[in-house]
Design a protein. Structure first.
Length: 185
């Protein structure tokens, strides 16, 4: 499928483990009207993945106050997600997290977002910022050993919201509180 920026985000319906450790069927379209950060990670019970998931969970208030739904996704089953969430951090698990983990056991979601490594059968570290209308505004794909910056994901979201609110564009290294640039000037 290639680059998704400017396109409608591929919808999906899948099983998820919720923060309260229950199972639910979720669709992307049920979050219309909210911003969504959908991120893919290779596998449960690995090394870099829990650092990213915990960092998103630890920063959840920063995202929620900006009307953002965080969704994590891997090719593991919901039962594997549940076992990982029930395992303490000290024992190599996630412990409690504060957003749903999606199961992509069929690998259809990873394929639709073009982050599936067919030979490995796992997803690259893809991150997609989807606006309130369901349009992909930003995507970032890292190779398996490269962890992502949750602070940069938040900054990019704030940049998008600034652009939407002010009708301006943002220069390189823009930070919240800084001015944008008026197009055509």
């Amino acid at each position: 499928m290639g680059i998704l920026v400017t396109r409608e985000a591929p919808d999906f319906k899948t099983s998820a483990v919720m923060p309260d450790l229950t199972f639910a069927d979720l669709t992307l379209s049920q979050f219309r009207g909210k911003y969504v950060i959908l991120f893919f990670y290779p596998l449960d019970f690995t090394f870099v993945c829990p650092t990213e998931i915990r960092a998103f969970s630890d920063s959840i208030e920063d995202f929620e106050k900006r009307n953002v739904q965080i969704l994590g996704c891997s090719v593991d089953s919901p039962y594997c997600h549940l076992a990982w969430m029930k395992t303490s951090r000290e024992e190599g698990g996630l412990g409690p997290i504060r957003f749903p983990l999606l199961s992509d056991i069929t690998k259809g979601i990873s394929a639709a977002y073009d982050v599936l490594l067919p030979d490995a059968g796992v997803a690259l570290r893809g991150l997609f910022l989807i606006d309130r209308k369901g349009i992909v505004q930003h995507e970032l794909v890292n190779n398996l050993p490269l962890g992502r910056s949750i602070k940069e994901a938040l900054r990019t979201l704030e940049e998008l919201q600034y652009i939407e609110e002010h009708g301006e564009v943002c220069p390189a290294n823009w930070q919240p509180g800084e001015p944008g640039i008026s197009p055509g000037k």
